[in-house]
Design a protein around this ligand. Structure first.
Ligand code: IVH
Length: 696
């Protein structure tokens, strides 16, 4: 992992310079949220400094960032009632186990229960409530004293001005911006003539400290702890009565439930909600779940925090000068890096959508080298204030398509230039329909007919063998086809007239085209390339409606009855089908199969399989990983998913507690480990083939 690397420091001068660089970066990071170093580079630098100090203890500088909260960068003038500490880090399952074993040695027995929660990537805040009213917000600062940012009260979602009960407490947690809040804040700031923030964390830090702006931006708070407020610190009588006695005795998870009951937001409503676990295996499984959920979250996390839940365990473990001994941050690989935006390409997709794509100086993020990233649309480029030649923050987590987040304006040289926005379709030169968020060539699918035909005849759709790209290009160029329905009316002579098409290949191709007419509805529907529907969604739609007529007659509401189609997607599908009506008419006329074998139209009696033997995977959610062997060796992943669905199951690509079975072939990796951690049954391809033998 890159985060384990360190910066080599060879002599004292380099050491002094490194300390200065780290201090500058830390004060920018904890100050206004800007930084010219990404997290990986900062970690590497501090690790290099620590390594040099270990070799030369006599040269350690007093201002060194090692061992200090916030790299020793910030001071504030509001003392904390109890220091706001850092967390120590581990970088994987093994290190976590070593840390847990050390803690249990210290406790002289097992940790009673663990709490596992996301490490929120924002800035730490202490929110002081007196008699249920929010009176003060203080940043972490150097951990002993922070800065008063009470002017932010009212613009932070999740931190109510008034609690449901008149308690006097200090809530600690993280202020951050969700992706939507970040986009909104950037747009307002750029519109007001300001420069964009590099990422949501910087934006939250900068916005929280800013005062007297002509616009207001919203932020989000998630609590992760609560403490008593002492009266002598100036908070009236301080925490009194029942709560003063109860709070120190409650387990962390109980404290958080209480905090939530007062009306403060915790992570409980999110896909990465804090949870408890009795054994370390379950902790590790939850860590993996949170890591996997990261890509789809609406807010940033940079790790998972594992805590001893029990108050007595925490008390006995105690604190080091920098961090509690009862908690650890399990760091995830940095999802964000800084690189250069060297170009913007405008591509036309098979549906005629014109999408800009960022060309980047290659950079490794989370183990993968990234050269391209999405930029959504022209408005997005303007909103983000991007320029060609900018240093930019690039985000990628798990399988998400990398995206350019923002320019790092501190790194601008003056050489940057404006990004050119096309005025006509970059493919055909026709006009651009920019009435929607996503721009489209006015010619729609016809603009890039080759791409949509290629998609329609591919292996997972109509599977027309012998119809390669070159032939499609020629057919389109010659004007023989404008969409894939035209393939079914091709004349033998038209094919013979193409380059390198002899008698035999022509005969074979015509036979393959003829055979495609017998494909079931789900393949025909998939071939249409309706936006928002892929292979498995097409299968669900075909099974649900049974005939093309029923699909065409369905309104948006009817589509929402299909598993996985929500109120947003349904109208898009309906509009797409209206758009595609002439093509569907041609397919009907050409005699393609417009029904789904085995499916019953909605409203028909016995919609469920009352009759006949129950399907072998009925009601099960099955995930496939690794290379298939034996009877399944030849099946593509899509064909495996089809098989699962034919057997009455649901296919999924990620393992969760709801997975009923994991089919793990050769070289199965993390999914298998995860399934085992969660107690999900695992089958070999051979065992699985046995279960579905009748359907093979
Ligand atoms: S508990 C005594 N829980 O991470 C310190 N911290 O690197 C207890 N953070 O300063 C902190 N999510 O700002 C805790 N679920 C979580 C957290 C979390 C983010 C931050 C916090 C802390 C920093 C340490």
């Amino acid at each position: 992992m890159t985060s384990a690397a360190i910066t080599e420091i060879s002599d004292e001068a380099a050491y002094t310079a490194a300390v200065q660089t780290a201090l500058d970066a830390a004060s920018a990071y904890y100050g206004d949220g800007t930084s010219t170093l990404d997290d990986d580079d900062y970690d590497r630098l501090v690790r290099g400094i620590a390594a040099y100090e270990a070799e030369h203890p006599e040269l350690v500088r007093a201002d060194s960032p090692t061992g200090k909260v916030a790299g020793g960068a910030v001071v504030g003038d509001v003392p904390h009632t109890v220091p706001m500490l850092s967390l120590d880090n581990v970088f994987g399952a093994e290190e976590l186990a070593t840390w847990a074993a050390g803690l249990e040695r210290r406790l002289d027995g097992p940790v009673e229960r663990w709490s596992v929660e996301p490490k929120l990537d924002g800035l730490a805040i202490s929110a002081r409530y007196v008699d249920g009213r929010l009176v003060q917000l203080v940043t972490r600062g150097d951990g002993t004293a922070g800065e008063d940012v009470s002017h932010g009260i009212g613009s932070v979602l999740g931190l109510p001005r008034e609690l449901a009960e008149p308690v006097t407490v200090e809530i600690r947690g993280e202020i951050l911006m969700t992706n939507a809040q970040f986009t909104d804040a950037t747009e307002k700031r750029v519109a007001a003539g300001g420069t964009p923030f590099a990422n949501p964390r910087s934006a939250a830090a900068g916005s929280l400290r800013a005062q007297d702006r002509p616009y207001s931006v919203e932020m989000t708070f998630f609590g992760y702890g609560a403490l008593l407020l002492p009266g002598e610190a100036g908070f009236g009588a301080g925490t009194t009565g029942d709560l003063a006695e109860r709070l120190p005795e409650l387990a962390h998870s109980e404290v958080m439930a209480l905090v939530e009951s007062w009306g403060v937001q915790t992570t409980s409503g999110t896909p990465v909600a804090a949870s408890t676990a009795d054994a370390l295996e379950a902790v590790q499984a939850r860590v993996e779940q949170i890591a996997e959920a990261r890509a789809d979250l609406e807010f940033g996390i940079d790790g998972i925090v594992v805590k001893a839940d029990n108050a007595a365990d925490q008390r006995r473990a105690g604190f080091s000068s920098r961090a509690p001994r009862w908690a650890i941050a399990y760091k995830l690989p940095a999802a964000e890096k800084i690189t250069k935006l060297v170009g913007v390409e405008w591509n036309v997709g098979r549906t005629g959508i014109i999408a800009p794509r960022a060309v980047l100086e290659p950079v490794e993020v989370d183990g993968v080298t990234i050269t391209y990233a999405t930029l959504h649309n022209a408005a997005d480029i303007a909103r983000r204030g991007l320029m060609l030649g900018d240093s930019v923050t690039v985000y990628r987590a798990g399988d998400v398509i990398p995206r350019v987040e923002a320019p790092v304006v501190q790194l601008r040289t003056g050489e940057e230039t404006a990004i050119e926005i096309p005025e006509v379709c970059p493919r055909c030169g026709d006009a651009i329909d920019s009435s929607q968020e996503r721009w489209r060539c006015v010619r729609g699918r016809a603009c890039h007919a080759v791409a949509s035909i290629r998609y329609a005849v591919g292996r997972d759709t109509l599977d027309i063998e012998g119809l390669g790209e070159k032939i499609i290009d020629q057919l389109v160029d010659a004007g023989h086809v404008t969409d894939f329905a035209d393939l079914f009316t091709l004349e033998r002579e038209q094919l013979l007239g193409l380059e390198r098409m002899g008698e035999t290949s022509t005969t074979n191709l015509l036979a393959a085209i003829e055979a495609a007419k017998a494909k079931p509805l789900n393949k025909v529907f998939c071939a249409l390339g309706v936006r928002g529907t892929g292979r498995s969604m097409s299968r669900r739609i075909a099974r649900h409606f049974a005939t093309m007529d029923a699909i065409r007659a369905a309104d948006a509401e009817a589509f929402t009855e299909v598993d996985g189609i929500g109120p947003e997607k349904a109208p898009v599908i309906v509009a797409e089908l209206t758009d595609l009506a002439p093509l569907v008419d041609k397919l009907v006329a050409a005699g393609l199969t417009m029904t789904e074998p085995g499916a019953l139209a909605p409203g028909t009696e016995e919609e469920t399989e009352d009759e006949g033997p129950a399907l072998p995977l009925a009601g099960m959610t099955v995930v496939v990983t690794g290379a298939m062997t034996g009877a399944l060796a030849e099946l593509s992943r899509n064909e495996m998913n089809e098989l699962i669905e034919r057997a009455g199951g649901k296919s999924s690509s990620s393992v969760s507690a709801r997975t009923s079975l994991l089919v793990a072939g050769e070289k199965a990796g993390s999914k298998k480990a995860k399934a085992e951690g969660l107690g999900v049954p695992v089958a070999t391809p051979e065992e699985f083939a046995d279960r579905v033998r009748d359907l093979l």
